[in-house]
Design a protein around this ligand. Structure first.
Ligand SMILES: NC(=O)c1ccc[n+]([C@@H]2O[C@H](COP(=O)([O-])OP(=O)(O)OC[C@H]3O[C@@H](n4cnc5c(N)ncnc54)[C@H](OP(=O)(O)O)[C@@H]3O)[C@@H](O)[C@H]2O)c1
Length: 263
């Protein structure tokens, strides 16, 4: 039995980054609950990891874009006392500009990339606070910093995750609940096929493997890092951005418009 390490619930674990998280947490001795729509792929991942690492692996076939799917995963998060980690990873993107994108696809993207992690976090946090321990990992993207890079709605959804993570970190300080936000750059997964721009179109020097991405992100987690950007060579660039943002905070609300807006 390995449940003393706690169970990790990972959304979008049937492929790509989520499947690698599953492998790496199983290698650390964690039991797993894997969520995605494709039960066949989930079952294959689960069988492989049980065999390879000797951990318990449950699967939940759920469409996180549906109320039924969300409620099923929320119930597990709220009730399963063994869950110690939530990895909000399921998501999809698009490379289409506004005029070429179907607005219903954009709305579906908001449901998976924003509403699902929001709902699952709200389900997990009260139990994590009650036990004084827990970890939430939100898979954002570098487009949270550069929403102009791909589809704008995709950038907006990932900016939400960065902003939400900032707030969670502040609100959960002192509760024992840890928050990490991961901002991958281009990563070699099926994401790019779904987004309509297969990764083979990108310069190879831009594209990290999912294995390298997750290993770097877990190193960041082990170091207690809040925001992990595995591709960013100079961490001081993030620190400078954060310093500029936080320096501005005390100046963002006042009774009078700034002098430049006065006639
Ligand atoms: N690859 C990149 O370049 C990159 C860069 C930055 C951030 N990210 C983020 O990384 C995360 C993982 O993506 P990936 O690169 O690993 O791509 P991926 O291989 O396409 O994985 C996406 C995962 O999400 C699941 N999923 C999609 N829609 C779902 C739904 N409605 N309900 C439940 N699960 C759903 C998929 O499983 P099913 O199809 O079986 O449901 C799959 O397991 C995403 O949030 C993505 O935005 C990726």
């Amino acid at each position: 039995m390995t449940d003393t390490k706690g169970t990790v619930l990972i959304t979008g674990a049937s492929s790509g980054i989520g499947a690698i998280y599953a492998d790496r947490f199983a290698a650390r001795g964690h039991d797993l609950i894997l969520v995605a729509r494709n039960l066949g792929r989930l079952t294959d991942v689960a069988a492989l990891l049980k065999e390879k690492h000797g951990v318990q692996v449950k699967t939940i076939a759920a469409d996180l874009g549906s109320e039924e799917g969300l409620s099923a995963v929320e119930a597990v998060l709220a009730e399963d006392q063994a869950i110690t980690h939530l990895v909000n990873n399921a998501g999809f993107g698009s490379a289409a500009p506004l005029t070429a994108a179907d607005v219903r696809d954009m709305q579906a993207m908001v449901a998976i990339n924003v509403t699902a992690p929001l709902r699952l976090t709200y389900a997990a946090v009260p139990r994590f606070i009650a036990r004084g321990k827990g970890t939430i990992i939100n898979i954002s993207s570098i487009v949270a910093i550069g929403p102009e890079i791909l589809n704008g709605v995709y950038g907006g959804t990932k900016s939400f995750l960065l902003a939400f993570s900032h707030s969670l970190r502040k609100e959960l300080a002192g509760t024992g609940v840890n928050v990490q936000v991961v901002l991958p750059g281009a990563t070699g997964t099926e994401f790019w096929d779904v987004a309509g721009l297969p990764a083979s179109n990108l310069p190879t020097e831009w594209v990290m493997s999912a294995a390298d991405l997750v290993d770097a992100a877990l190193l960041g987690l082990d170091r207690g890092e809040f925001a992990t950007i595995p591709s960013l060579a100079d961490a001081a660039e993030w620190d400078a951005w954060e310093a500029a943002r936080t320096a501005m905070l005390p100046h963002l609300s006042s009774r009078e418009p700034a002098e430049r807006y006065q006639r």
